[in-house]
Design a protein around this ligand. Structure first.
Ligand code: F6R
Length: 635
């Protein structure tokens, strides 16, 4: 048994990203289908929905089309379905499965089984029993695919579900309803009930593959894999299955002891980064300032190796203290007249051309408003590139109010407003009969986009940015009118390369926040990375002197041990940032598709920034009111 095995009680495979992990899962399924085909047997699959398996289904569809993978011998049973829900409702899992898999493959429709969300209440028990019988009659599930909820649920078996549970009607946890609310117009429309296979139904499967991607799943993956088996974390019950496997991307795996505290799982090379991580995490855990850590603290926390290799606590404490001290600067563009050897940014050139990429029209001010202001005040040539229109996050009420205003404005000044009146009337009629999640007309979408553009412009003026430095990219991947976006396309990359080549920046800031529940930030980041890669490959000269800094979006902050540049803010600067965020009125009080955090954006930003400052202070560094944090990306 290796040291890793002694921590991890479920086998784990880790891939660089979800695409690679999904390909592996799809290959496992395809191999099973083919081997069953060769033996003349049917292959019974248990299937999941949600964002996790989408890429895997896309790969299976590709294999069907390009590699002759046939599904004629496949019988499927889906894990769960909302209740009640129409089978063809936009959010139903029935519709999801057809859209992502069944409509594109040669499966026999009578082999498809999904709990029926239209079953009358009095027939539900019977329906669930029948579902179990159908699984048994098919010979049991050969391979079960699972995702995992942030609270550890598998299927819709919420915390507390019994290990003996079978297919049944359950109530959804509030946390699950909030997590899934992004599929619905708002939380009140998320069903309160669901039909789900039970834990015992799942555990009876011959093989289980659980996939988890992204930082939102990090904590629950660690608990399920390394902590004790408990019904409070249903996925931990998979420790009792003899053929289950977790397929993870690097982000989802990052809390596992082998990554979080690799010194506990075997020999390791102590790089400065690793030393910083180990010492910072230990100081936070024992709640001591860095300079107060003792040899005994190091020994008690599994770091005696470090004492042997690097020196005693006094030396180590100082080394890490200086690293943190040097990450703090009030000069995000570098300090012009003074060369400081360990400063996070270089002094020259001064002034710098900087581009802030903002995935949505308010990410710049929410995530780095203080730094944005400093860059401008310190004389740099700051550009902002708004990557998407953000039109999906404007409510219907808000857009109607603005259209009313436009028509009233024209009336007031005697401008011929026939055309605007017509547009307003059509929009009103449409919105009156609009069903939840129905796509807006192109006119309504344009007006929603215009509202957000005006807000972004107003914020830039508030900071002091000139109009010609404001760039609205309206990247096409975003313009689906629905919460689900297209993947990155050629046009997105082309537009971004053009802009970069026009500005030739010395500094680029972009959102490295991959926990954005809508996935927009991830695509926006991929587009920038791909553009930079191509520009570098083409040999443009300016790129050699271009540094990229990643900020996190509204949902998360960098781990303290990772931060490479921390920009302090005074109480007045915090207030100035707050008012800058307020300018985005369409995003205040209530937004559609809020995600799992019900606080307003300014509250989240202030919490995060003061939390970072408090952590620095807790470690014995100067106490600021707030701090914005950045990590450098080397390409
Ligand atoms: C879906 C299901 C759920 C999801 C889980 C994760 O059929 O049973 O357990 O797997 O809620 O959802 P995503 O993948 O959207 O993060």
């Amino acid at each position: 048994m290796s040291m890793v095995d002694s921590f991890e009680k479920i086998p784990v495979r880790i891939y660089p990203d979800l695409k690679e992990g999904s390909k592996f899962a799809a290959r496992e399924i395809a191999d099973l289908i083919r081997s069953k085909q060769a033996a003349g047997q049917s292959c019974v699959l248990g299937l999941a929905t949600g964002s996790t398996p989408r890429s895997m289904y896309a790969e299976l569809v590709r294999m069907h089309k390009e590699e002759n993978l046939s599904f004629r011998n496949v019988i499927t049973f889906n894990l769960d379905e909302y209740y009640p829900i129409d089978n063809d409702a936009l959010q139903s899992y029935n519709r999801f499965m057809h859209k992502h898999l069944f409509d594109h493959i040669d499966i026999d429709p009578k082999n498809i089984h999904i709990p029926n969300g239209e079953t009358p209440k009095e027939k539900i028990k019977e329906h669930c029993l029948e579902y179990e019988n159908m699984i048994d009659n098919a010979g049991g599930i050969d391979l079960q695919v699972l995702g995992i909820g942030n609270n550890g649920h598998i299927g819709f078996n919420e915390p507390g579900s019994s290990i003996h549970s079978r297919t049944r009607l359950v109530t959804l946890d509030t946390s699950t309803r909030i997590a899934n609310s992004h599929e619905f117009a708002n939380i009140s429309e998320v069903p309160r009930l669901a039909v789900t296979m039970g834990i015992s139904t799942i555990l009876k499967a011959k093989r289980i593959l659980l996939m988890a991607w992204g930082p939102a799943k990090t904590a629950v993956v660690q608990k399920s894999v390394e902590d004790n088996v408990t019904e409070q974390i249903p996925a931990s019950l998979l420790q009792q299955h003899n053929d289950s496997l977790f397929i993870l991307d690097e982000a989802a795996a990052s809390d596992l002891t082998r990554f979080k505290s690799p010194w506990l799982t075997g020999d390791m090379e102590w790089t400065p980064k690793m030393i910083r991580k180990a010492v910072v995490n230990m100081a936070l855990k024992v709640n001591k300032p860095l300079l107060s850590l003792t040899n005994i603290d190091y020994r008690d926390n599994g770091l005696s190796d470090l004492l042997v290799e690097v020196g005693d606590a006094y030396e180590l404490n100082l080394q890490v203290y200086y690293m943190l001290r040097d990450s703090i600067t009030g000069w995000p563009g570098g300090k012009p007249d003074l060369h400081l050897p360990n400063h996070p940014e270089r002094t020259k050139p001064y002034p710098k051309r900087c581009v802030i990429f903002s995935p949505h029209p308010d990410d710049d001010i929410i995530s780095m408003g203080g730094t944005f202001q400093r860059l401008h005040d310190q004389g740099h040539d700051v550009h902002v590139a708004y990557q998407t229109s953000g039109n999906i996050a404007v409510t219907d009420e808000f857009v109607t109010r603005f259209m009313d205003f436009a028509v009233g404005f024209e009336d007031m000044f005697g401008v011929d407003s026939k055309k605007s009146n017509q547009i307003l009337e059509t929009a009103r009629q449409y919105l009156k009969s609009k069903r939840s999640n129905q796509i807006d007309t192109p006119e309504i979408r344009s007006v929603k986009g215009l509202i957000r553009r005006c807000e972004a412009k107003a914020t830039c003026r508030y900071v002091g940015i000139k109009d010609e430095n404001i760039h609205f990219q309206n990247l096409p991947f975003y313009e689906t009118g629905t919460i689900e976006k297209k993947p990155m396309g050629e046009e997105d990359v082309k537009l971004t390369m053009e802009l970069l080549r026009k500005i030739k920046p010395h500094q680029i800031y972009c959102a490295g926040d991959l926990a954005d529940p809508h996935g927009t930030h991830k695509v926006c980041l991929d587009i920038i990375f791909e553009s930079l890669r191509r520009i570098k490959e083409a040999g443009d000269d300016w790129i050699k002197d271009c540094w990229v800094w990643l900020y996190k979006g509204a949902w998360q902050e960098w781990d303290l041990s990772e931060i490479e540049m921390a920009i302090p803010m005074s109480p007045d600067q915090v207030m100035k940032k707050r008012f800058g965020i307020f300018i985005h009125q369409s995003q205040k009080d209530m937004v559609p598709f809020q995600g799992s955090d019900s606080r307003e954006f300014w509250q989240r930003a202030e919490d995060r920034n003061s939390n970072t400052a408090n952590l620095y202070a807790q470690l014995g560094l100067t106490k600021y009111a707030a701090m914005e944090a950045f990590v450098r990306w080397h390409f």
